[in-house]
Design a protein around this ligand. Sequence first.
Ligand code: NAD
Ligand code: DAU
Length: 357
Amino acid sequence: MEYQRSILITGGAGFIGSHVVRLFVQKYPHYHIINLDKLTYAGNLANLKDVEQAQNYTFVKGDICDFDLVFALMQQHKIDGVIHLAAESHVDRSIKDPFTFARTNVMGTLSLLQAAKLYWESLPERYEGKLFYHISTDEVYGALAMNKELFREDTPYNPHSPYSASKASSDHFVRAYHDTYGVPTIVTNCSNNYGPYQFPEKLIPLFINNIRHRKPLPVYGKGENVRDWLYVEDHARAIDTIFHKGKVADTYNIGGFNEWKNIDIVKLLIKVVDRQLGNKEGASLDLITYVTDRAGHDLRYAIDSTKLQQELGWEPSLQFEEGIEKTVRWYLDNQEWLDNITSGDYQHFYEEMYKNR
Ligand code: NAD
Ligand code: DAU
């Protein structure tokens, strides 16, 4: 079949990537979606069970740092759009192992950019109809004081963790490839995502799982840090909108205007999980355990997504409480999914992560 477009999605077996792959495969049967993923501890093909047989979907196991592989894929599938999500994504891991973050997030992005540049420049139409869309994070802007204005697209970069430094660096490379070579690029910076298929090292799925198993809930510091939460399917819809309607060389911030202190989220999770499990109200409050703070822990992230809302008409669809109800239901109903990814080296990871806290 002759496809209208051929899109390379990287990191499609991860949390956000799997929602993006699902949305594109189902909504655009006339696009060929190629998912390139290394299947690190965070990648899981079970996240894509419902689309793996689709005709317009191809999975390739591989590393974005492997330039020859990426270039060959660009040629073989005549790729005209890249949606780049593959990354090392967990801040705590970046504190323990910064090199892996520099390799994947910086060198991997560079390898993709160079492959796209060389392939597109080899075509008669060159960059016409092409797009390299890079998915990034609000963490590149640094930490906001409680009384400070939200992050806007022109907020200066000020990353603090090895993770955010690596993402900031990758964003700069993407913009440099536009400014230097004319590669058509877009960068988006999104706030904290939550929802189904998130690896249970991140706050929300980790705590849902721990409440279920009556394990301690390790709250860093005083639990006063603030994050701005967005339901993952709303992020995937934003990516769809921006991929099709975004302005080349532009940046869009994506967020839900939905700021929560960690400790308030923990209490909300306890309330919802206990209710859904049929436990007495407040039964799991005793699991809250204050532990040593994350090194360099950013106080607050909060995104101003006015530009995206006004220019492209996107807006979040779910209220947080509604999203949390759905998310808790999903994790409780999908214990097998959790067991499969938490049964391997997860216990080891968990012990390592918390042994010094
Ligand atoms: P994730 O950790 O769940 O998934 C990352 C995926 O990338 C995995 O499938 C993994 O196997 C793959 N991957 C890792 N290294 C690779 C490599 N070298 N080659 C090929 N594939 C590789 O991450 P996520 O939470 O879904 O985040 C996806 C993207 O969105 C990341 O770029 C992240 O920085 C960004 N982001 C995440 C959030 C969030 O709240 N999770 C918010 C804003 C932006
Ligand atoms: O802001 C976007 C970013 O959100 C993404 O770029 C990252 O990929 C993603 O991991 C996420 O980063 P955070 O560090 O904000 O997410 P995490 O779920 O790790 O932590 C959320 C908050 O909860 C943070 O303030 C640290 C705190 N926390 C986290 C864990 C895992 C705890 O108090 N205890 C925990 O056990």
